[in-house]
Design a protein around this ligand. Structure first.
Ligand code: SF4
Length: 231
């Protein structure tokens, strides 16, 4: 699997997809990402050469792990911290679940030499859609933004309406510094993509944000360059 890439646009950064111990929630009806997990030894084997690929070119790196930042093994965190320091990366983006907000201070302390940005896997602020996705967070945009700087939204799945998706993006941009919109890519989960909604989003919503440096729009979940199997 490709685990290292570069994102030159928007917020230019390198990106790492680490193998971790696996998501502890596994309740989201659209997700099978957590299958990318392994033992500490397997993770080190997959991660070590990719952590070594960080160059510091943009001074920023995003680190994801098919789970939450708390699902990264300690040895990999230590290797990451050492590499970030060596290549003088100053900004680190870590992605995580709302429930892991209690660990944010500990991670800020661990990476104290860095500007650490936390990105929440929100997917939607709409309670009805949250129930459909199995991801009812029980918190709104303002509450989540008190802990997390960026957020992910999921769009284009069956059951979602255009209005709900548009409201999610508006709410996210009013509270978060940056937003990553992910069009749902079908996988082994039971969730299905709504092609008609995707067309409507492409025609009416996305053109308004194509040049907005605060918004990333991923048509495929591998658009950041990581997660593919064809290296
Ligand atoms: S979306 Fe995130 S929190 Fe939900 S099951 Fe997948 S990895 Fe876990």
């Amino acid at each position: 699997m490709i685990r290292y890439s570069k994102i030159p646009r928007g917020l230019p950064r390198e990106i790492l997809l680490l193998k971790g111990r696996g998501c502890k929630y596994r309740s989201c009806s659209f997700c099978d990402y957590y299958l990318d997990a392994g033992s500490e030894e397997e993770a080190a084997e997959a991660n070590t050469p990719n952590i070594a690929r960080l160059t510091g070119e943009y001074g920023a790196a995003e680190v994801v792990c098919s789970g939450s930042f708390t699902d990264i093994y300690g040895a990999d965190l230590a290797a990451l911290r050492e590499r970030l320091s060596r290549v003088k990366i100053k900004t680190l983006i870590l992605e995580g679940h709302w429930e892991d907000r209690i660990f944010i201070p500990r991670f800020r302390e661990y990476f104290a030499q860095l500007n650490v940005i936390f990105k929440a896997g929100v997917e939607t602020f709409d309670p009805e859609m949250g129930t459909l996705l199995g991801k009812r967070l029980g918190a709104g945009a303002a509450e989540i933004a008190a802990y997390f700087n960026h957020c992910n939204l999921l769009m284009g799945f069956r059951g979602q309406t255009y209005q709900s998706a548009e409201t999610d993006l508006r709410d996210a941009l009013s509270r978060f510094e940056r937003v990553c919109v992910n069009l749902f890519t079908e996988n082994s989960s039971p969730m299905r993509r709504d092609e008609r909604l995707v067309r409507e989003l492409e025609e009416r919503l996305f053109p308004r944000f194509l040049d907005d440096p605060r918004v990333d729009i991923l048509r495929e979940n591998t658009d950041f360059g990581v997660g593919r199997y064809d290296e």
